[in-house]
Design a protein around this ligand. Structure first.
Ligand code: ADP
Length: 379
């Protein structure tokens, strides 16, 4: 038996909102997705009201889960900050969520209770969460995130991959995964398994078009649920494929996710280096160590003869990394095989594990692992 949108609405009608009217009358609900017993929607409110609505979110989620035929319900609270409004108060996390992991660098400044980083809480069982970010879209961030996760896994680490690019989730396409996650008895989502990775994406829960509802509103509630309401198990590294850009949403995400480091993806063109600089500045602002820059589409490699052409003025990212004092992690060529394997759901590290591209991703993974060694060992 499959649940309908109307059944969900009938259930939500019975829930009262902090505005004194029924939840369905409060003008806060997104479109409701209900298919195959999986229900997903969001409650969109002003950031200053967000705390008052958290209970309603939980109540709505529990009520929808209790409808006969519902196997998964995910209700996200998204909060939009109006121009000129005061910043929302930091979220508090249950003490049980904290987890003793050493900071990645002795130079990382201690965080005062008033700092934005105090919103963070570690994810139990996960030693290091790292972000893969880019100043703009289309530079190969997701392709790099998947292959990097596979490279780290090849080194013997237990690796998870979280697609936090909720504006345009591409991990389902890059991994060929389209199933919906099941729930544990504790009602946590079980990440999908592929190529030895534990993988979670908003794209597993909603159709691609529906993900567009995230445009505009802040996205923290959804990201937090994908981080914390997922049974990640024990992981050495959780690789987070961030949304592209360095706007408010990314800054908020960097403040809220307990990141041990960030990797910036850039193409050699000047423009994207400017964007990469913004990315760097953003992570520095929230005290997240930058593990380094990867130059993607670094040079063109002919798929037929293997010859190399530096059509983009190669070397810009290495030079920029040196200038900015961050590690240069490596370069990945623009190669047909990388595009074809990514887009067909068999990333190059899996489809050609002995090839030079796989070796390049593993080498980058190894440089990152070395930087995280203390954190992983401490966990
Ligand atoms: P982003 O996440 O930055 O938007 P994607 O990872 O989705 O970018 O990549 C955009 C497109 O570029 C995809 O079609 C992908 O296959 C392709 N691509 C990414 N990196 C490379 C590369 N090194 N060589 C060839 N194609 C690439």
């Amino acid at each position: 038996m499959s649940v309908t949108q109307q059944q969900v609405l009938d259930t939500l009608k019975k829930i009262r909102s902090p505005r004194g009217v029924a939840l369905t009358e409060a003008n806060v609900l997104s479109a409701i997705t209900a298919s195959d017993g999986k229900v997903f929607f969001s409650i969109n409110v002003d950031a200053n009201e967000a705390r008052a609505w958290e209970g309603v979110r939980a109540e709505a989620e529990a009520a929808v889960r209790a409808i006969a035929g519902v196997s998964t319900a995910l209700v996200a609270l998204t909060a939009e900050r109006r121009p000129g409004a005061a910043a929302p108060a930091p979220q508090r996390h249950a003490p049980g969520h904290t987890h003793g992991v050493q900071p990645v660098s002795a130079h990382r400044p201690p965080q005062s209770p008033a700092s934005p980083m105090s919103r963070q809480a570690e994810i139990p069982g996960v030693a290091a969460v790292i972000a893969v970010a880019s100043g703009k879209g289309g530079v190969g961030k997701s392709t790099t995130a998947v292959n990097l996760a596979l490279g780290l896994s090849d080194l013997g680490l237990r690796v998870g991959l979280l697609d936090a690019d909720i504006y345009g989730p591409s991990i389902p396409r890059l991994t060929g995964l389209h199933e919906k996650p099941e729930l544990t008895e504790e009602r946590k989502m079980i990440p999908l398994q592929r190529f030895g990775l534990s993988i979670m994406s908003i794209g597993f829960l909603v159709e691609e078009d529906t993900a567009m509802i995230w445009r505009g509103p802040m996205v923290m509630s959804a990201i937090n649920q994908m981080l914390r309401d997922v049974a990640w198990g024990t992981l050495d590294v959780l690789v987070v494929d961030m949304p592209p850009g360095t706007g408010d949403a990314q800054l908020t995400l960097a403040q809220n996710v307990p990141l041990k480091g960030a990797v910036i993806i850039s193409t050699p063109q000047d423009l994207s280096l400017i964007d990469a600089r913004r990315g760097l500045a953003m992570f520095r602002k929230v005290n997240v160590p930058v593990l380094g820059i990867i130059e993607n589409m670094s040079y063109f490699q002919c798929p037929h003869c293997g010859s190399r052409s530096d059509i983009f003025g190669h070397g810009g990212a290495r030079h920029e990394a040196e200038r900015l004092g961050v590690p240069f992690l490596g370069e990945i060529p623009l190669h047909m095989a990388i595009r074809e394997t990514s887009d067909s759901g068999h990333p190059v590290v899996i489809s050609d594990p002995r090839g030079t591209h796989a070796a390049a991703y593993r080498a980058i993974g190894s440089a990152i692992r070395d930087q995280l060694k203390g954190v992983i060992a401490a966990a």
